[in-house]
Design a protein around this ligand. Structure first.
Ligand code: NJP
Length: 242
């Protein structure tokens, strides 16, 4: 096998960076020497993560972004390119959802889940990809869910969005792989984060993944040699039903 890819000084645009898996991923990749554009809506939380990155000796750009707003998507990409000169890696991690019967979901909640988890991810990818194609290299990591491949009740709109992410990722990989672009889709089970109104640290490790461990898997994807892509990666805590 060839040597692992050196990530030092590579620029990554990361969504959902204000907390949860995104925050752990930012810290992990900063430790690997990557420059990190931190995107989410909560500016002060992003500033907190940026301070943590800087305390590790890393470089962070605070980049507030609501994925439901096309103008903000374009502005985040421009800002990252202005600051770092390139985007080597895009990690589409932001996402949200609720667990309750479908008829109890409001129309606004349905629209939010589809627009943040699926449409926003596709639009951000659409904004970043031309720069990667121009340079002939790039890596897209999309955080879906294990329920992007299976189905459960009480999360129908979320399941629909995550199935969409898995389909989009596979289709796009086959379109761009011959032009130096890799696409991985991650399908995690339950992670101990703020997802669904939870609190990091509140879930039992026997049935939930530690977000730092999932962030380590993301780094592993990026470290593969250029001719190899881990296209679909599913991971579970052993205590979860799956
Ligand atoms: O959740 P959480 P996770 N525009 O709530 C951001 C998937 N997943 O870390 O905008 C832009 O701690 C929000 O930031 P803010 C899940 O579907 C999880 O677990 O400031 N960003 C925050 O940074 C998701 O794709 C589990 O509120 C927006 C982040 O999203 C990924 O893992 C299981 C936004 C959410 O952080 C990371 O989620 C699974 C918007 N409009 C898949 N709205 C699990 N945790 O069990 C929210 O299978 N964000």
């Amino acid at each position: 096998m060839s040597d692992a890819t050196n990530l030092r000084r590579q620029a990554v645009l990361l969504t959902g960076a204000s907390r949860g898996l995104g925050r752990h991923t930012a810290l992990r990749l900063a430790r690997a020497g990557m420059r990190v554009a931190l995107c989410a809506r909560d500016r002060s939380a992003l500033e907190g993560v940026a301070h943590e990155v800087e305390a590790l000796g890393g470089e962070a750009l605070v980049c507030p972004l609501d994925l439901r707003d096309a103008a903000q998507i374009d502005a985040a990409v421009t800002r990252t390119l202005d600051a770092f000169g390139r985007i080597d890696v895009l990690i589409n991690n932001a996402g949200l959802g609720w667990y309750k019967p479908f008829t109890e979901w409001t129309r606004e909640e349905i629209d939010t889940v589809l627009s943040v988890n699926l449409a926003g991810l596709i639009h951000l990818t659409h904004a970043v990809l031309p720069h990667m194609l121009e340079r002939g290299s790039g890596y897209l990591v999309n955080v879906a869910s294990d329920i992007g491949r299976r189905v459960i009740p009480n999360m129908a709109a979320y399941v629909a969005a995550k199935h969409g992410v898995v389909g989009f990722s596979g289709a796009l990989l086959r379109e761009v792989k011959d032009r130096g672009i890799r696409v991985s889709v991650l399908l995690p089970g339950i992670i101990d984060t703020y997802f669904g109104g939870g609190e990091e640290g509140s879930r039992d490790p026997s049935w939930s993944l530690h977000p730092a461990d999932v962030a380590a898997v993301i780094e592993t994807l990026l470290r593969q040699p250029p001719g190899l892509v881990l296209d679909e990666v599913t991971l579970h805590p052993l205590g979860q039903e799956f």
